[in-house]
Design a protein around this ligand. Structure first.
Ligand code: 5GP
Length: 120
């Protein structure tokens, strides 16, 4: 079962402008910014503007236009950052056993070094 959405989570506060971020991209549906603790030379987080706990919540509840907008934003950010040629990795943690820390959906984009096997 999905947790209720907590309006005080750190990414909600970034969306409201209460906390700063190093913004990479923004549109009607998505905001992208640099991870504060990068695990690769490029480590960008892309979040939807709507209040969704996780990919599970988002894929179940979001409008088609929000889903399309968010998916396109993730692709756009990676493409604009020039990550496509050498490749990159997308990752979303969902729930407790995944280690999800922030309960607002975020897709990680990792790039800039060989990323190794998928599960470390
Ligand atoms: P999760 O483990 O939930 O998939 O990933 C949470 C990510 O958010 C981590 O990579 C962590 O470094 C990042 N993070 C946590 N707090 C902040 C913050 O205040 N600003 C930014 N830019 N990233 C954060």
């Amino acid at each position: 079962a999905t947790l209720p959405y907590d309006e005080s989570n750190i990414f909600a506060r970034i969306l409201r402008g209460e906390l700063p971020c190093k913004k990479v991209y923004e549109d009607d549906h998505a905001l992208a910014f640099h991870d504060i603790n990068p695990q690769a030379p490029q480590h960008i987080l892309v979040i939807p503007k709507g209040a969704y706990v996780s990919w599970d919540d988002f894929s179940a509840r979001a409008e088609d236009a929000e889903i399309a907008g968010f998916v396109r934003a993730v692709g756009h950010v990676a493409r604009e950052a020039g990550l496509v040629t050498d490749g990159y990795r997308l990752l979303a943690n969902i729930g407790r056993e995944s280690g999800q820390e922030v309960p607002h959906l975020h897709v990680h984009i990792f790039a800039g070094r060989p990323l190794g096997p998928m599960l470390a």
